[in-house]
Design a protein around this ligand. Structure first.
Ligand SMILES: [Zn+2]
Length: 683
């Protein structure tokens, strides 16, 4: 059952983050002080070498890792692990000037100039060879070090390239995808319309911004190709590190970002051992409460954790103070960093890490927060809160290797996101696919149930309730698994926009939801109405079991033809007044619910509670204003109660002040409380 972030237990939670000592190699006094400050803040890990290429290899073929090994030695002597990064996120100038093809080409077909980061072509064999070589040298040099904990590949992969190398690689990818059969591609992309037929794969171009952007299948396949190309590139890096490290117990990760549109993270992370991601919520913004920002952050943790079910993840980057890239870079208020860090742990992270340990003196991240600021001391508020967080993580060492476990899942996947976004029709501003998924997940969390977030292609075993918001792109195979899931006793909630298209963006024929699901749900969706923000309608819940006030309808309302489903909610207005808006069909031993219009899950509490009860999922009784999480390994159980409200709240016999959190540790079975911890940063 236990599944560890580093493939083995290390007996502690990791507290650390990006450390860029190459900026200070001429200041040995600073490097010495850093180690002392790390120890004082109970930092036990440093991530080194992200973006260090121009120091690793200042001139072509001339490698310098002596500084890296020296830093790793000194960290290790002081009880601090190293995570070592490959430098492929940015390149030295000599490479771009000598080999221009390594630079990226934009969507208008124009090649970039040298500069910035993430500006490389992943199809360039020259670039791949350069990366392989430096990764090999790095592995040979650092891959035997006793302080090495993990390999960190590149940094926040993203973007896309439209160069000729990528175009040719895309064509080869398409040949494989369509069995080298251009007529199959023409059929699946419906190219006869608007005279878009291709006679051969050599005629296909990427969807340049000033070119062919009207074929939905092409646009979607280009996104998939780009993800595949990133994954293939990352695999090259991972394979090289694994091949040339003399230690074979070093796992590999790459750091991800929240709800990141460019790359299908499930494809990218297939080659990774552990999920890690960089979390920078916009705390104290002028649109929402602190509790709302925390809830969104909890959703992101669950989304990223869901990429490897049953395994803890890593909070690879965060800031204890401020970032430098938002529109408004507001300071985190006292106590926020500590509670945010505990939330990551509560959500399944075994690490709390920062970017970066010491603020840069100049260049791009000059004013991005760090543990040590430009004053160079440990006498700051930020440092004190980081140190208090380090103490908290030491107290919670036993949490390592446990995970949130759930019988409820919300479906979310990139294919569907891209397809909804890239389709014609509906409204341009209100599709809101990720937001819609997150609203269901957040409502379940508020009801005391932390659902998993999985893809429609993931196994459904172990779940008794699946919520499938806007499952627009529906593969035959997925439809079959949904049918099996329900017939064996599962409960599914499908919504408007379900099962409209297949994996190549062709509409399913014979009524939505397609691929046979209209039979499972007992309805056919005949039309979908797109509402203006000023349009109003409501759903009247007619079945007593699902006690709720009328649900307000927003954005989308489908008109259903009801077959053998029971109608449990009807529209109250418009020409479809009295028509079915919510249905249920018993199917096999389970039940398939269909929600035809968009309503806020916040208004659907009675309905959702009934679904949870029918699915035999216990709702923890959580006071309003408390964010609740639970981690377990089947033996130990940890319950986390975070007061994210503005007032004091009592949980059991403990009263929690704002931003105070309670952790209850139990042995399983007896339910006996073993230990309670309260955490609040006191400035
Ligand atoms: Zn390219």
């Amino acid at each position: 059952m236990k599944n560890f972030v580093f493939d083995r237990p290390i007996g502690k939670l990791i507290h650390g983050g990006d450390y860029n000592p190459e900026q200070w190699l001429d200041r040995p006094d600073i490097l010495k002080a850093d180690i002392e400050y790390m120890k004082k803040a109970r930092i036990n890990e440093a991530t080194i070498g992200v973006f260090s290429w121009s120091v690793y290899e200042p001139r072509e073929g001339e490698f310098h890792f002596e500084w890296l090994i020296d830093v790793m030695d000194r960290l290790y002597e002081n009880g601090i692990y190293s995570i070592v990064a490959t430098p492929s996120g940015a390149r030295p100038a000599w490479m771009d000037l000598k080999y221009p093809e390594v630079m990226r080409t934009n969507g208008m077909g124009i090649r970039n100039r040298h500069g910035l980061r993430h500006n490389h072509c992943l199809s360039s064999e020259i670039y791949r060879n350069k990366v392989r070589l430096i990764d090999r040298k790095l592995a040979e040099c650092a891959g035997s070090h006793p302080g090495l904990l993990m390999w960190h590949i590149s940094n926040e992969y993203g973007g896309e390239c439209y160069c000729d190398n990528c175009k040719n690689r895309f064509r080869e990818y398409l040949k494989k995808r369509f069995g080298n059969d251009i007529e199959k591609l023409n059929h699946e992309w419906w190219t006869t319309f608007w005279s878009a037929r291709y006679e051969s794969f050599d005629e296909i171009e990427p969807p340049y911004e000033n070119g062919q952007t009207a074929i939905m299948g092409l646009n979607l396949e280009w996104k998939r190709f780009t993800s595949w190309n990133f994954a293939d590139f990352a695999k090259t890096e991972a394979d090289t590190l694994r091949q040339y490290s003399s230690r074979d117990d070093i796992p590999v990760t790459t750091n991800l970002m929240k709800q990141f549109y460019d790359i299908d993270y499930r494809v990218l992370t297939a080659q990774m051992d552990t999920i890690s991601w960089d979390s920078y919520p916009e705390f104290h913004n002028d649109r929402e409460t602190y509790a709302d920002t925390m809830l969104e952050s909890a959703f992101d943790n669950a989304l990223l954790r869901g990429l490897k079910r049953g395994r803890p993840f890593m909070l690879m980057e965060s800031t204890p103070g401020v970032v430098n890239w938002m529109d408004y870079n507001k300071l985190r208020r006292p106590g926020v960093h500590m509670q945010f860090s505990l939330q990551a742990i509560a959500s399944g992270s075994d690490t709390v890490q920062y970017f970066q340990f010491r603020k840069s003196r100049g260049a791009a991240e000059q004013f991005h927060g760090g543990v040590i600021g430009h004053d160079g001391t440990d006498g700051t508020r930020i440092f004190r809160e980081v140190a208090a967080t380090g103490e908290m993580l030491e107290e919670l060492a036993d949490v390592e290797g446990t995970v949130p476990v759930s019988k409820a899942a919300v479906l979310f996947d990139w294919d569907n996101w891209w397809a909804i976004d890239g389709s014609g029709g509906f409204a341009k501003t209100t599709r809101r696919y990720p937001q819609t998924c997150s609203e269901y997940w957040k409502k379940l969390l508020q009801l005391g149930v932390e659902a998993d977030i999985i893809s429609a292609n993931d196994p459904f075993d172990g779940y008794s309730l699946i919520i499938a918001p806007m499952l627009f792109l529906l593969r035959d195979e997925c439809a079959r698994r949904i049918r099996d899931f329900v017939s064996r006793g599962g409960i599914i909630l499908g919504t408007y926009m379900m099962g409209y298209i297949n994996e190549n963006c062709l509409c399913h024929l014979g009524g939505f939801p397609g691929a046979g699901l209209s039979e499972v749900f007992g309805i056919v969706s005949e039309e979908i109405d797109t509402l203006y923000p000023t349009d109003t309608n409501t759903v009247n819940i007619t079945d007593e079991r699902f006690r709720d006030s009328n649900w307000k309808v927003r954005d989308y309302a489908e008109v259903l033809k009801v077959g053998d489903a029971d109608v449990i909610g009807v529209y109250t207005d418009d020409y479809y007044k009295g028509g079915a808006a919510l249905t249920c069909k018993k199917y096999g031993s389970g039940a398939a619910y269909y929600q035809a219009a968009r309503s806020a899950p916040d208004e659907m509490e009675g309905f959702l509670k009934t679904l949870l009860k029918d699915a035999d999922i216990e709702c923890a009784d959580i006071p309003k204003g408390i964010e609740y999480h639970r981690r377990s390994d089947g033996d130990k159980v940890f319950e986390f109660y975070l007061n994210t409200s503005e007032g004091s709240i009592t949980v059991g016999d403990t009263t929690l002040a704002p931003k105070e959190s309670l952790v209850v540790a139990r042995g399983d079975g007896a339910g006996e409380t073993k230990k309670k911890y309260c955490f609040k940063y006191k400035s």
